[in-house]
Design a protein around this ligand. Sequence first.
Ligand code: ADP
Ligand code: NI
Length: 217
Amino acid sequence: MNTSDLISKTIVFVKQKLKNSEGGHDWFHIERVYNNANAISKNEVCDLYVVKLGALLHDIADSKFNNGDETIGPKIAREFLVSENVSEDIINHVVNIIENISYKGGNFEKKFHSIELDIVQDADRLDAIGAIGIARAFNYGGFKNRPLYNPSISPNLRMSKEEYKNSEAPTLNHFYEKLLLLKDKMNTVTGKQIALQRHLYMETFLSQFYAEWEGES
Ligand code: ADP
Ligand code: NI
């Protein structure tokens, strides 16, 4: 099978797998990440085939919705690629991307390095910030039944992952826990440029949010 046929087939497979997923993690998230990854790749020397497969398969099974099991996604992706007779090297690279893409709290040490991973990771992070990132955060917060904001729980309060999970942490806290930190974690020059725009947009959103909360604006 040629590469563009396999990409089309992967798109069909991913759409089918994600058809019951929640709004922030649905096929459209994958499509945006795929588009971001293609755009970033234009300015990088990389294997576009691996970038595309990595972007399409990166959230094929999210551990958050699979009892914390982080092995399911890579396993499903590998099985799919093996069934399509993709070469061993490409399969291993794509699986490494899926296993290493996640932002893990304060631990930014990646076990695997490649420009293709850098690109897909940037593409995924871009979708967590800016207007879409704001929408996804509140969508996720709603899914978890979290309050939007609580002035008595400081948004700047740093909690451990466990404390955060068990708390009534409002969605606004997630901006300080993760979203506002992402612009400094970008790998590629293109990713950094887009992230900065989206970061400034979130800062404007937050100032307006607090002003409206106080009845000032
Ligand atoms: P990704 O799809 O980029 O790998 P995640 O799986 O970590 O990201 O999260 C999916 C979306 O849900 C992201 O937009 C993220 O910001 C948001 N999200 C994750 N955890 C929280 C949270 N505790 N509160 C609000 N939004 C969250
Ligand atoms: Ni994602």
